[in-house]
Design a protein around this ligand. Structure first.
Ligand SMILES: O=C[C@H](O)[C@H](O)[C@H](O)COP(=O)(O)O
Length: 215
């Protein structure tokens, strides 16, 4: 079985569990396709056999976390910076299961007040930041370059050598597909964090237990 291995604090539990099941012989004959360098390192440290999309272009199942989940199982992802590889791996997966806690549930994407990430090339990133903000003016959008380092003094650089522009909305995005299309059409945009129509099911953990959302 070919498994897409997600990125983030929630997906890390899945990778740990896979490593444990493999080491105790409860699971065998799997190969993982990691969605970030972080996950690749974690999986390698647990002796999970790894491969790439080049060698395994068809993935049976991907499991990953999410930043926002709406009632249609559409998602915002990428606050951990891994959106590009995640989208490539999850789009190539026959099934895509999201694992999250109930703090990630929103009625409309962009509605949490937290970032919706867009990965952009470094070249003239400010030009694209201004254009992205302008695209969603009516939603009260504010665009910020993601920073890293102890004093947040330098731009955050993704595994692919790009920058991230985080979009903060005052109001949720009305039409995610239209928004995604407009963002992707911008020269210099590499990928955006709207994962639409991709999740097969979402497993949500809350104080009262676990709920499985399916379409
Ligand atoms: O880039 C990061 C990924 O999209 C994560 O899956 C997402 O940010 C959720 O992460 P966490 O489980 O840490 O909240």
């Amino acid at each position: 079985m070919v498994l897409g291995l997600g990125t983030g604090s929630t997906a890390a539990f899945v990778v740990d569990k896979l490593g444990q099941l493999l080491s105790t012989g409860q699971l065998s004959n799997i190969v993982g396709i990691p969605t970030s360098k972080r996950t690749q390192e974690q999986a390698a440290s647990l002796n999970i056999p790894l491969s790439t999309l080049d060698l395994h272009p068809h993935i049976d199942l991907a499991i990953d976390g999410a930043d926002e989940v709406d009632p249609n199982l559409d998602l915002v992802k990428g606050r951990g910076g891994a959106l590009l590889r995640e989208k490539m791996v999850e789009a190539a997966s026959s099934s895509f299961i999201v694992v999250a806690d109930d703090s990630k549930l929103v009625s409309g994407l962009g509605g949490s007040g937290l970032a919706m990430p867009v990965e952009v090339v470094q070249f003239c990133w400010k030009y694209n930041l201004v254009r992205l903000e302008g695209l969603f003016k009516e939603l009260g959008c504010e665009a910020k370059l993601r920073l890293s380092g102890d004093g947040r003094e330098k731009p955050y650089v993704t595994d692919n050598g790009n920058y991230i522009v985080d979009l903060y909305f005052k109001n949720p995005i009305k039409d995610g597909f239209a928004a995604g299309k407009e963002i992707s059409a911008m020269e210099g945009v590499v990928e955006h964090g709207l994962f639409l129509g991709m999740a097969t099911s979402v497993i949500i953990a809350g104080k009262t237990g676990v709920e499985v959302m399916t379409k």
